[in-house]
Design a protein around this ligand. Structure first.
Ligand code: HEM
Ligand code: HEM
Length: 173
């Protein structure tokens, strides 16, 4: 078994971390509070939807590489619950990130947003679609899980001292 994740997985982990954290911040702080008829919102819509779609494609690529490459053995913390929590959190991160992209595409499409933002269609007054609520709820769960994930990485690195950060780094495998 290798000591580190495959370099493609490492690069995509950090690129996707930046994209997802950026989308979460900008979505909830810059995008959602502004009314749809505010002209300044158009640029935020373009960036958010464009980056959201790129993120989805990169996540699909990462999942494919993740399922077809060997990865480092699981760290044994000596606690069965924590040992199970690690991989469970990782899969939940994948699921929530996919839910974000798919729910965003679903309600944007149902409201005619792609035509308004990238073509010359009319801007919808609001987003009256169940997937809009899914997008909000999943975003809050993803934020919480990312905080937990970062806390766990710091706990491993600095309290247990098991060198976990190097596994997601680019030194030779
Ligand atoms: C600054 C923030 C982050 C830090 C410090 C960090 C750190 C790490 C580390 C050290 C690992 C390796 C775990 C191991 O070897 O068992 C890891 C794995 C992982 N991270 Fe992060 N991470 C961060 C952000 C994120 C974000 C935003 C996501 C996605 C939403 C994410 C998703 C994952 C996944 C799914 C794995 C499991 C490995 C895999 O399936 O390929 N991470 N992270
Ligand atoms: C892939 C990761 C994505 C993340 C992490 C993300 C994150 C967010 C967040 C946090 C919000 C604010 C939710 C709220 O506070 O209620 C939001 C709103 C929104 N997102 Fe996303 N998003 C993603 C992808 C997408 C995609 C692919 C689309 C469409 C193609 C999209 C379209 C929208 C729209 C239209 C809004 C609502 C704006 C409003 O209510 O005015 N998102 N997103």
């Amino acid at each position: 078994m290798p000591e580190r994740y495959h370099p493609v997985l490492v690069v995509l982990h950090w690129v996707l971390a930046a994209c997802l954290i950026g989308l979460l911040f900008a979505g909830s702080i810059i995008l959602a509070p502004v009314a749809n008829d505010d002209p300044a919102k158009m640029i935020s819509f373009r960036l958010h939807m464009g980056l959201g779609l790129v993120t989805l494609l990169l996540m699909l690529l990462r999942l494919a590489v993740r399922l077809t490459t060997s990865h480092p053995p699981r760290i044994d913390t000596g606690n069965t619950l924590i040992n199970r929590l690690g991989p469970a959190t990782h899969w939940a991160l994948y699921i929530l990130a996919f839910t974000m992209a798919l729910s965003g595409m679903t309600f944007a499409r149902a409201s005619g947003l792609p035509d308004a933002v990238f073509g010359d269609g009319a801007m919808p007054a609001g987003f009256d679609h169940p997937a809009r609520l899914v997008h909000t709820i999943a975003s809050r769960l993803l934020m919480a899980l990312i905080v937990l994930h970062i806390a766990a990485a710091l706990w491993h690195q600095y309290i247990r001292g098991d060198g976990i950060m190097a596994r997601m780094g680019l030194k030779r495998r």
